[in-house]
Write a protein that binds this ligand. Structure first.
Ligand code: CP
Length: 304
């Protein structure tokens, strides 16, 4: 019986990770998603509780719920009794009392998911936690790389940009490293990762990264940081850390990934998004497939 909660990818054994990626591949076609209309999660009920904005994760979980025969409702903080002062703990107990099987939650505060998991009978599925973890993003990134290259072991991946604040960087670097990839990082010192233990080297510019890597994985940089002390010179940042059209054209075999949303013209040129080596939109498609597979792994009600 698998663990009930997905808090970090460390909750998953290597066998479970391979199994989730393999199952997700069954939902994908070369250009999109298959006509999935399953009943593997029939009668399961989920709450989507996003305390931070999201497009990809929220919609792909909702789509995954529908495609596996389950149902879901949305909890939104605005208009809820949280606005009347109800605590998060009591909100979760209230949701649990309505008979839901799982809560798919994004929250800005590190540790919130684990705290809730220790007090609820529902499965807690982490859809993004503060600066700490985003396990289904890591799984979809691994799934996308696996599809493109046929394997992950031995692949060279450079994570570029704001590693300091990025939950994606933490989760994806950790998972890819466990799966045998060599992961490097490339960022100004002001955005260096707090913990680089899953990464083997630092690379000083995105151009050097393109020379070394199979995959350059670019992170979102928040616009408000660009005009702060952290990144005071946008032109200098672009020169060293942005994947321009010219750079992408010079290295057509290097895949470009980004978790989204992209700050077009900052991390990537708009033209890069349409290049064959750019996997950004394929990552989004994998997001639906991986979340179907994750929900089945944690909450399956029938044999597939
Ligand atoms: N990658 C990601 O988590 O995107 P959203 O914030 O749109 O969900």
């Amino acid at each position: 019986m698998p663990a009930r909660h997905l808090l970090t990818t460390d909750d998953l054994t290597l066998d479970a990770i391979h199994s989730i990626i393999e199952r997700a591949s069954q939902f994908l076609t070369p250009t999109g998603l298959g006509e999935t209309s399953l009943d593997t999660l029939a009668s399961k009920r989920f709450v989507l509780a996003f305390f931070e904005p999201s497009t990809r994760t929220r919609l792909s979980f909702e789509s995954a719920v529908q495609r596996t025969g389950a149902s879901c409702v949305h909890f939104t903080e605005a208009g809820s009794s949280v606005e009347k002062g109800e605590s998060l703990q009591e909100t979760i107990r209230t949701i649990e009392s309505m008979g839901f099987d799982g809560i798919i939650m994004r929250h800005a505060e590190n540790g919130t998911h684990a705290q809730i998991a220790s007090h609820t009978s529902m499965s807690v599925i982490n859809a993004g936690e503060g600066t700490q973890s985003h396990p289904t993003q890591a799984l979809l990134d691994a799934s996308t790389i696996h599809e493109r290259f046929g394997s992950i072991g031995g692949r060279r991946v450079v994570i570029v940009g704001d590693l300091l604040h990025s939950r994606v960087a933490r989760s994806t670097a950790s998972l890819l490293s466990r799966l045998g990839a060599e992961v490097a990082w490339c960022a100004p010192s002001s955005l260096a990762p707090v913990d680089a233990s899953t990464m083997t080297r630092r690379i000083d510019s995105v151009e050097s990264a393109m020379k070394w890597a199979d995959v350059v994985f670019v992170l979102r940089i928040q616009r408000e940081r660009i005009i702060s002390d952290v990144v005071p010179d946008v032109d200098e940042y672009r020169r060293l850390y942005s994947v321009t059209k010219e750079l992408a054209c010079s290295f057509p075999d290097v895949c470009i990934m980004h978790p989204g949303p992209v700050n077009v013209g900052v991390e990537l040129d708009e033209a890069v998004l349409d290049m064959p080596q750019c996997l950004v939109h394929r990552q989004v498609t994998h997001g639906v497939a991986i979340r179907m597979s994750v929900l089945e792994h944690y909450c399956r009600s029938t044999t597939p």
